[in-house]
Design a protein around this ligand. Sequence first.
Ligand code: NAD
Length: 261
Amino acid sequence: MSSRESRFAGSTVVVTGGAGGIGQAVCQGFAIAGANVAVVDVHAVEDAARTLASEISAETGVKAVAYAADVASRAQVTDVMSRVVSDLGGLDVLVTLAGGSLGTPKGLEEITEEHVDLVVDVNVKGTFYSAQAALEHMGRGGAIVTVSSIGGRQPSPVTGVPYAASKAAVVGLTRRLAREVGQRGIRVNAVAPGLFLTGRLQTMYDEMPEAERREVLDAIPLDRFPELREIVDPVLFLASEEASYITGVVLDVNGGRFMPL
Ligand SMILES: NC(=O)c1ccc[n+]([C@@H]2O[C@H](COP(=O)([O-])OP(=O)(O)OC[C@H]3O[C@@H](n4cnc5c(N)ncnc54)[C@H](O)[C@@H]3O)[C@@H](O)[C@H]2O)c1
């Protein structure tokens, strides 16, 4: 086994939103690199999470376990993190992928109080509760990778205002947390993906008028959409020893569409 393939051997990694489009690929990426994986997702996709966990175990030989929890519930997240530690023997890395615009509309007139609450509860509170609960079990060392979005870094035609606000909030949360836990040797970084055409986004893109689709693609200097591997690798990098002196950063993974100074 090469060192890249074994770089997470013996570690336990928790992935919230682990049954989602990016989440599944991230869980598989960590398992291939030797980590035991906790796939955390909502009850509605419990079956998908279980299937993924058993496929991962069968294919890679690591331990993978599925857990149903709503990350917006602090009690549920706290309970899951304790169960992970007792089932898998520790907690070294947390990746907080649970989130998205969650089917909420982007038009100002259509956005209700419930839509705002849902997006903020899952993306912002969910990220915070997950990190807070995981940190109780991470002694010295370890890494947290949070998930912002290009939509939180610059105005995006694909998502609405509450999503933009929530993903910008994830950046502030990430930096403040990095400051807080740095002395424990724990690193906290964010990835900000551009458009990855996972299930629902592929449908949204396919339904756009041709001119709008061209506009989306023209804005990407690399002139193509990414493969899932192209978000998995940056997440694994930030979680790994290769990033041992990197904390509090936002890694933009968007083919050059947003280039901050
Ligand atoms: N796909 C993209 O282009 C893109 C771009 C930027 C950021 N992101 C972010 O990456 C993350 C994953 O995106 P994706 O494309 O895989 O989306 P996805 O919808 O396929 O996956 C999200 C997962 O989160 C789970 N989830 C939702 N609410 C939850 C809750 N309350 N508790 C626990 N789990 C919950 C869903 O069940 C789903 O499995 C999201 O945070 C999204 O905002 C995605």
